[in-house]
Design a protein around this ligand. Structure first.
Ligand code: IMP
Ligand code: MG
Length: 177
């Protein structure tokens, strides 16, 4: 795609290791329970599929799609649920799996939507978190990696629709462009 140059931010091996650690921690935390593990599409699909295979539990897999309004790089905070999950959630433990939390508006919206429908608990897992971009007070339970406020792509995250299939996380390297 065009001539934009990228550099690696987080190597594939590091992602695999961290995903195993989080999977183990979730296995401990939810022992004896049957949580719904919820992928926030599209970005989390790769992390999600690796993470659930590191969870030694009986889980129900489900999916939601959120759309946040704004331009490509910033959000206005207006979020809409464009694909809802299929499973009944009243009384259930839900583990939300996100690719990245930036402003936190999407996560805040999703958590309040799930809670208003009577689930028992909500646990938030995100592969990436940009702490300096957060504009909400959400409590994130498991973070793969904290990163600086920069646009990243790969391992599920897109840049202009492409690069989701990169096996590592990359960034747009201004020094090379
Ligand atoms: P938030 O609502 O601002 O927290 O943004 C959440 C969503 O914006 C994420 O789930 C991503 O889909 C997208 N997003 C935010 N930052 C990035 C990035 O650096 N690369 C790719 N997608 C991003
Ligand atoms: Mg996402």
């Amino acid at each position: 795609m065009e001539n934009t140059k990228f550099s690696t931010l987080i190597e594939k091996e590091k992602i695999i290791q961290r995903t195993e650690e989080i999977g183990k921690a979730l296995t401990q935390k939810f022992k004896g329970k049957t949580p719904i593990v919820l992928s926030v599409l599209n970005g989390s699909f790769i992390f999600y599929s690796d993470l659930i295979r590191n969870m030694d539990l009986d889980v129900i897999c489900d999916f939601v799609t959120l759309t946040s309004y704004g331009n490509n790089l910033t959000t206005t905070g207006e979020v809409k649920l464009t694909l809802d999950l299929m499973s009944p959630i009243r009384g259930k433990d839900i583990i939300i799996v996100e690719d990245i939390i930036d402003s936190g508006y999407s996560m805040e919206f999703l958590v309040s939507s799930l809670k208003s429908r009577g689930c028992r608990s909500v646990t938030i897992v995100t592969l990436l978190l940009k702490p300096s971009s957060l504009k909400t007070n959400i409590q994130v339970d498991y973070v793969g990696f904290e990163i600086a406020d920069q646009y990243v792509l790969g391992y599920g995250l897109d840049y202009q629709g492409y690069y989701r299939n990169l096996p590592h996380i990359a960034y747009i390297d201004n020094k090379l462009n």
